[in-house]
Design a protein around this ligand. Structure first.
Ligand SMILES: NC(=O)C1=CN([C@@H]2O[C@H](COP(=O)(O)OP(=O)(O)OC[C@H]3O[C@@H](n4cnc5c(N)ncnc54)[C@H](OP(=O)(O)O)[C@@H]3O)[C@@H](O)[C@H]2O)C=CC1
Ligand SMILES: O=C(CO)[C@H](O)[C@H](O)COP(=O)(O)O
Length: 471
């Protein structure tokens, strides 16, 4: 029997679509899932091109050597279970690829576990959701470079293309691929929360309807704000509910669920002491949204409101312009925070991540793709050691020339007087102001630490460590 170059385990949303994408590009694949109906469905959908198996032994046997097996099963225990089941069937040199959203420390552990057996374990962050997997995802690959080189032609063929370049690359050693995907998702959380806060403002303060707001987002998606998350907000705002006459949006419970990657990003940033306040705020607001009972109680208990500013319709268009600029700066700062975290993590964990490559493969296929990523790519290409995107001369020039900071400030102050929760925008503004204000009140904190704990301090006028005898 002719052997196939790649096998996929887990034929749900991602595995099934990536399998069909591979077949479109001329690769014959084998598929396996613990749910036999999914195995049969793939065979039918691929018109028999995919070889599908109900037994793991037959599945592994159908693959050419070295065996290349990609899994798309839920992160956590299912990945370990699949590895355990596969181990007796594998030989030295075989390559396992985890395409799911696994936690990077789990990936490191699995790589160590399989190294002794000389089996490669690649952590591959995959982004683009269902349609990306089907028509071209962004693929963030980490682990052994030798194994990546074997997989490269196949991955390049199925990945999205941005300006003709494949949106896949080797991110670095160990769990670098899953780490980059984790930060991608943190940025995704930040941008989604900023967009939601914009919508809330247009809806509650400008009192625009969803048609007007979707037209605004549609306009933005053709300008410098152009990006996938802005784009998909347009049809989402316009979608009719199929059960009622209302819009679907009005029928959806206001609780934002999460699978964990955003919170992992914030936890990592805290651990490495890199400020990522927009991402943190996005996680916090998802958490707050889920406290449904407390929110109801608060709503009853604190039901008095100050009178919000009245905005005449004549100023609406100019406020919408400020809103656009505030969102643009919010998005720039979210990317800046994500890239700063990646830079620090790469140093700390010795991943060897090149930020230019990250920006390059995020330009297409992934959920956070946007026009701004080309500017980020150029910034890191000019200066691979750039510690913060906001320090790039052309990006800072763009922020200044377009008065983005004053728009963000105006938007925040209007929202605050309208009692809108805009935690992501406020955090972004404080991030910006905190970096540029010259002198922070951290000197006072230092003296408080020294007062109660003799923790010492440094002076602005002489080198060394100082302590004051306080009493
Ligand atoms: N959906 C998305 O947009 C994206 C998802 N991801 C990540 O990709 C991974 C897969 O996600 P997705 O495709 O959405 O998930 P799905 O739940 O759609 O598919 C997972 C499949 O794996 C099967 N499975 C679970 N455990 C095992 C096992 N031990 N052996 C064999 N098959 C098993 C499941 O079967 P059963 O149904 O019986 O449990 C299911 O068919 C996750 O880590 C996810 O976070 C990454 C990027 C985007
Ligand atoms: O990886 C993804 C997109 O890039 C997945 O869709 C992920 O599930 C999104 O995260 P969450 O479910 O926590 O919102």
């Amino acid at each position: 029997m002719e052997k196939n170059p790649l096998g996929i385990i887990g034929l749900g949303v991602m595995g099934r679509n990536l399998g069909l994408n591979l077949i479109d590009h001329g690769y014959k694949i084998s598929g396996y899932d613990r749910d036999n109906s999914k195995v049969r469905a793939l065979k039918e959908e691929s018109q028999g091109v995919a070889s599908s198996f109900d037994s793991l032994e037959e599945f592994v046997h159908s693959l050419e050597s070295p065996k290349k097996i990609l899994f798309f099963v839920p992160a956590g225990q299912p990945v370990d279970q699949v590895i355990q089941e596969l181990l007796p069937l594998l030989k030295e040199g075989d390559i396992l690829i985890d395409g799911g959203n696994s936690f990077y420390q789990d990936t490191e552990r699995r790589q160590k576990q399989l190294k002794d057996k000389k089996i490669f374990f690649i952590g591959m962050g995959t982004s683009g959701g269902e349609s990306g997997a089907r028509h071209g995802p962004s693929l963030m690959v980490g682990g052994d470079r030798e194994a990546y080189e074997i997989l490269k032609p196949m991955l390049e063929a199925i990945s999205a293309k941005a300006d003709g370049e494949p949106c896949v690359d080797y991110m670095g050693r160990g769990s670098a691929g899953h780490y980059v995907k984790m930060v991608h998702n943190g940025i995704e959380y930040g941008i989604m929360e900023l967009i939601a806060e914009c919508y809330d403002f247009a809806h509650k303060v400008l009192q625009w309807n969803e048609k007007q707001i979707s037209d605004l987002f549609e306009q933005w998606s053709k300008e410098e704000l152009s990006g996938y998350l802005i784009e998909i907000t347009v049809p989402i705002l316009r979608k009719k509910d199929d059960k009622t006459d209302d819009l679907l949006l009005n029928k959806v419970l206001d609780v934002a669920r999460q699978l964990g990657t955003g919170a992992w990003t914030s936890e990592e940033a805290l651990k490495l002491q890199i400020p990522t306040p927009t991402i943190d705020a996005a996680v916090v607001m998802r958490n707050l949204s889920s406290r449904v009972e407390e929110r109801k109680e608060f709503n009853n208990q604190f039901d008095t409101h100050s009178s919000p500013p009245v905005l005449e319709p004549t100023v609406h268009q100019s406020i919408a312009q400020e809103l656009k600029k505030a969102l643009f700066l919010g998005i720039i700062c979210t990317y800046a925070q994500g890239f700063s975290l990646l830079r620090e993590a790469s140093k700390n964990y010795e991943f060897g991540i090149e930020l230019e490559k990250v920006a390059k493969i995020w330009r297409g296929g992934c959920i956070i793709r946007s026009k701004f990523l080309e500017k980020s790519r150029m910034a890191f290409s000019k200066n691979p050691n750039l510690s913060n995107l906001l320090l790039d001369p052309s990006i800072s020039q763009e922020i200044k020339e377009n008065n983005l900071v004053s728009s963000l400030r105006k938007f925040c102050s209007l929202s605050l007087s309208s009692e809108l929760p805009i935690y992501a925008f406020l955090s972004t503004l404080s991030y910006f102001d905190g970096f540029r204000c010259g002198r922070l009140p951290a000197n006072l904190i230092q003296l408080q630490r020294d007062y109660f704990g003799s923790h010492t301090y440094e002076r602005v006028d002489s080198q060394g460590i100082f302590h004051t005898v306080w009493e």
